[in-house]
Design a binder for this molecule. Sequence first.
Ligand code: ASP
Length: 582
Amino acid sequence: MNEKFERTNHCGDLRLADVGKSVIVIGWVQKRRNLGSLVFIDLRDRWGIVQVVVKPEDVELPDIRNEYIIQVFGKISKKDVPNKNLATGDIEIVADKVVLINTSEQPPIVISDDTDASEDIRLKYRYLDLRRQSMVNRFLTRAKITKCAHDYFSSNDFVNVETPYLSPSTPEGARDYLVPSRLKKGSFYALPQSPQLFKQMLMVAGFDRYYQVARCFRDEDLRADRQPDFTQIDVEMSFMNEDEILAMAEGFLKKVFKEVVDFDVQLPLRHMEYDDAVNFYGSDKPDTRFGMKLVDLKDILDKTEFGAWKDSKFIKAIKIEGIAEETSRKKQDEYNLLANKFGMKFYACFKVENDTLEGSLVKFMNPEQIKNVIQAMDAKNGDVIFVGSGNDKHNVCFGVGALRSMMAKKLNLIKPNTFDLLWVVHFPLFEKSEETGEIVAVHHPFTRPCDEDLSKLRTDPFNVYAYAYDIVINGYEAGGGSLRIYDQKVQQEIFEILGLTPERIQKKFGWFVDALKFGTPPHGGLAFGLDRLTMILSGTDNIRDVIAFPKNLAGVCPVTNAPYPVDEDQLKVLGIDVIKEK
Ligand code: ASP
């Protein structure tokens, strides 16, 4: 068969300027209204919807239903009453021939932007969900960002190189997805958590500037902004210092924001020290579109008679303006559930009323302390102060920071339609593993420590900072990276501090450490999260909205139902025995 599906235009492209033209369009029937002497059809393609008018008296109309595909031959006519809801709403196509191209079953979801279908159903029938214009737009945004990446990095002399999917484990700190080897039974590849070590080897190879739109795989618990397979715009460059690398990255962001949403990003972006982000925003990805900064009340409150404060190493507070009246006991209990997640029993809550503090803990404070708190918080009558305290800095700061974010969302304090970009810089090099209590690398063991902290590597490792940076946009970590170690002595020292014996190093990434011995250039880079960038630029906070076929929160692909149990034969070939769950 050599059918020709002729089209002169896309449905969504037709405008007033086309009035009088003869056109041929093909699309899916979105809606059909039969008024007897006239039949109106909303016809949809990827570009939009156009109204078609058929006079059954003059034109033979096949039996058509929603989601049938038809080809319409007709003439563009100006509508007497424009439809403001459609981009094509000034015109309609008066049909003189309608050809049925294919039929469809009754779709299980309403294909329209105001569909009331649950996300589960939408994900199951994703190919239908993706027909909705709001979904199409997100993928157009995504594709534009990818195109910007290709344009920007290739025009800056970066080489686009693909790195393997079947690879050894990469050190990003998550659990690996493993792929069994048939040829080497009992051995496994790991799907890459990122191209980190390969891109560094490309620097050793002298490629100088590399980029890749790379799929990455991390077996972590899923969240609204996390998927097991996701995409990074991954870059690495040689002979550039931190400022130069960040400037290169900023150039990309400027281009993306301009081309995709016509927003002018002012460069250079501001830098916030990691410690300031934690102390003032209670987050390593601070949303700075609103204030409500954390205030340190330790000096004031540990002198009160309240035992928990006296025993706390860290006491942080936020003030929320004008919510005293609506802050009931019940609401406080609700907020405390969040405190519990951060290892705190509660957020102490004070209302400012009659120029003093009200609340169950005020009885432990003298008038001077009350005055000092009001002053430190710059609080007025009607405001509410929430206080978190404890001995773990991370828990206290992040716990109060989480309340800050939650309240800002609840109270609509976030300026809409604005983008706030900043770098969070100088992350700590090491942290204590929550699981084992052992010292581990915050990013990966190849992250370069700040020169001024080198002397503290052994004596005070938790106060060593790294040339590591994250790009934070509207409270999302939209990317991150670091300078890498190229001095073998420093690398060796880091391994030793991390308790990596030569045998373990050899086993884990000996091949990579060997590569670094052959004239490694000073280098560094970063990776942008394509999914998160798309979320931010298309105004959704659900990562599944910007991935064509995402997994649900149980890690299952709702369209295909993967993962599946496999046949015994397949397992046998791989030398695998599956332990059945009881
Ligand atoms: N590989 C890092 C990551 O995935 C990014 C980088 O350091 O370039 O977070």
